[in-house]
Write a protein that binds this ligand. Structure first.
Ligand code: 5GP
Ligand code: MG
Ligand code: MG
Length: 179
């Protein structure tokens, strides 16, 4: 698996430090409140798990799975809810935890759904952002790292469902896509 990696863009340690930093900021933001933290599956599962350990206010959490990519490296622009929340968001302060924002289409759709369901507030924290590829008018409230316009894997992010368990963020060798 490690042999398929061309370059490590962000190390395990850099990610750890950033997640702790984001957790501290969010703990302040939600002081005295009890947010519902929503993990956007599957990509954000590792970030979510690490982040909530750094949040010091009481939270509840839930999971949602959406799909926009299939096995390709580009967004189809069509977002589908694969797994919905178990919890009602009505009147709740919602913190959406994303792995990476690319076109911004997935989050634009999600925020719209949550607001229509009566969320009191929606805040987005994403670990990675690729602003160069944005087509939707959307910005995260909190961002870990800004990345170049490259397809990345690791720390929850996949290519064709593989590489999610790499503890760093990297770029695959070109031959991995062609074989
Ligand atoms: P968007 O709707 O913003 O274009 O992309 C949403 C989702 O596509 C992300 O949450 C992520 O799951 C996936 N995605 C976007 N860019 C990348 C990337 O560089 N690598 C991987 N593995 N997934 C990506
Ligand atoms: Mg995602
Ligand atoms: Mg994916």
């Amino acid at each position: 698996m490690q042999n398929d990696i061309q370059e490590v863009l962000i190390t395990r340690k850099e990610i750890e430090d950033k997640v702790a930093e984001l957790g501290a900021i969010l703990s302040k933001e939600y002081e005295g409140r009890n947010p519902l933290v929503i993990c956007v599956l599957k990509g954000a599962f590792i970030f979510m798990a690490d982040l909530v350990k750094e949040i010091t206010v009481p939270i509840e959490l839930d999971f949602m799975a959406v799909s926009s990519y299939g096995a390709s490296t580009k967004s189809s622009g069509v977002v589908k809810i694969i797994k919905d929340l178990d919890t009602s968001v009505e009147g709740r302060d919602v913190l959406i935890v994303e792995d990476i924002i690319d076109s911004g289409l997935t989050l634009t759709y999600l925020i719209d759904v949550l607001r229509r369901r009566g969320a009191k507030s929606t805040v987005v924290v994403t670990l990675f952002d690729k602003p160069a590829r944005r087509t939707a008018d959307l910005q995260a409230d909190y961002t870990g790292f800004v990345l170049p316009d490259e397809f990345v894997v690791g720390y929850g992010l996949d290519y064709a469902e593989k590489y999610r368990n790499l503890p760093f963020i990297g770029v695959l060798k070109p031959e991995v896509y062609t074989t």
